[in-house]
Design a protein around this ligand. Sequence first.
Ligand SMILES: Nc1nc2c(ncn2[C@@H]2O[C@H](COP(=O)(O)OP(=O)(O)OP(=O)(O)O)[C@@H](O)[C@H]2O)c(=O)[nH]1
Ligand SMILES: [Mg+2]
Length: 287
Amino acid sequence: MTASALGRKPRIALMGEFSAGKSTLSNLLMGVRPLPEKVTATRLSPVWITYGNEEPYRVDVQGFVEPISISQLEQVPVEDTRYVHLSIEADILEVCDLIDFPGISDPNMSSDVWERMLPEVDAVIWCTHANQAWRQSEAAVWESMPQSVRDNSILLITRYDKLTTERDRMRVFKRVTRETAGMFGGTFPISLLQAIKAGEDYDLWDASGAGPFTEHLIDTIERLTKLTARTELPLYNFAHAADVPPAVQAPVVPRRVQRRPDPAEAPLLLGDDTHEDAISAPTLRET
Ligand SMILES: Nc1nc2c(ncn2[C@@H]2O[C@H](COP(=O)(O)OP(=O)(O)OP(=O)(O)O)[C@@H](O)[C@H]2O)c(=O)[nH]1
Ligand SMILES: [Mg+2]
């Protein structure tokens, strides 16, 4: 898998309510832990993470860039910052960018802080707490998301370890899949804590839910890579993936229409469906 032909990687946002596990998931996917994982809600700007080893910076709402220190991530002025940029040499970032969003319904933070970043995203991994999965506030935000993004997005039911009986787990999973039918490309229950603890133990990794989820994620990134090769505009800007322009092909070779030997006959016009055989007609030649 390589970056898109246009040099843009798919951008995957991590979204959901506060403390749903967005930052824990970003860190799990990267295999390093630059983002704070907190019991209490963090007031952090969206963090756009790309592959590399540049120094961190923030981009303010006017587009000005200012260097920041990663240890002071939480001092960045949230309302005035469009996003914080981190650059990390993690494998996953070779194939996509990750954008870690703040929680969607923090009463202490204007929803502008994350809403203004939506036009930058191609797809979302939505984290919903197993204990209070798919609240009305989550459904309302997802309602406004274009189908192009929804089709390529993943719903993760996080903190699945907090549901202790099989009956509860099935009940939550069934309800959430029913209420979100047709709204995501896939839905997976996961315990992010168990996934982190699993380390190299593949059985534990699969049991945490991380195995099936990451396999689906790889397929999603492959599909997104083909789409983002066709446009610089993030998928959020299209209502449906089918609206993305067709793949850029080799330059169109100009064709010239010549007269048939019989000068009385009109020249063939390309695109004139009364002459559907025009392209293969011997009177057509490429110049
Ligand atoms: N038991 C359990 N705890 C989890 C799981 N995922 C995350 N947590 C814990 O939940 C807390 C919040 O996790 P974060 O990753 O900071 O959540 P967030 O969505 O980034 O939160 P905000 O950025 O504040 O909105 C941390 O203490 C995590 O360790 C999980 O699957 N199981
Ligand atoms: Mg977070």
